[in-house]
Design a protein around this ligand. Structure first.
Ligand code: SF4
Length: 187
């Protein structure tokens, strides 16, 4: 049963132009283990709740997309968005989509923009998300961009934390999240 004294921080984890190596790295965290990280209280009174992650969640299809929308609405300004991989921006985002609406693919650009605007904080995980990485290398036909560059192009001012590395060490992710939960966001 949910303890009302424990503060929940939902995590929505988008995988854009990624090889999934960043996820694999973080899932291999040892102290705490990924189980401790996601099931126990990360810090006394604070609990991370991974609500959307395409690689590890059991569900699929419209149901999980709907769940992601519901979490974002219910916890507007209170969820953490993790972006893994660069964002393909060319051809109005046609190079990468997550889910569908009215049988049309929803571009990754639309998700990063809408979820990024309303998040408590955004973590650009890995060199691809932080700086463009391999997908952003020349000639870059998909127009892959870092989260920072994408946010600037859309005037999104949500606090953004870059955790580069290819892949990033899991401690860098865990330590950063712990620091934010302990000290808040340094603006
Ligand atoms: S930063 Fe490296 S591990 Fe992460 S998505 Fe990019 S290529 Fe893969």
């Amino acid at each position: 049963m949910k303890d009302p004294k424990v503060e929940e921080y939902p995590i929505l984890w988008l995988q854009c132009a990624t090889c999934t190596g960043c996820s694999v790295s973080v899932l291999n965290t040892e102290r705490p283990s990924i189980k401790n990280l996601l099931i126990d209280e990360m810090l006394p009174g604070k609990h991370l709740n991974l609500r959307y992650h395409a690689t590890v969640m059991a569900g699929a299809g419209d149901a999980v997309i709907e769940e992601m929308r519901k979490v974002a609405q219910a916890k507007e300004g209170g969820y953490i968005l993790v972006v893994e991989g660069a964002i393909p921006t060319a051809a109005e985002g046609e190079y990468g989509a997550i889910g569908e609406e009215g049988e049309k693919p929803i571009p990754m650009t639309a998700w990063v923009e809408s979820l990024g605007r309303d998040a408590l904080a955004v973590i650009a995980l890995g060199t691809c998300a932080a700086f463009g990485g391999i997908p952003g290398g020349s000639p870059n036909p998909s127009g892959a961009q870092s989260v920072e560059k994408f946010f600037k192009s859309r005037n999104i001012a949500t606090p953004l934390i870059n955790i580069p590395g290819c892949p990033p060490h899991p401690d860098w992710f865990v330590g950063t999240v712990a620091r934010v939960l302990i000290s808040g966001l340094l603006r």
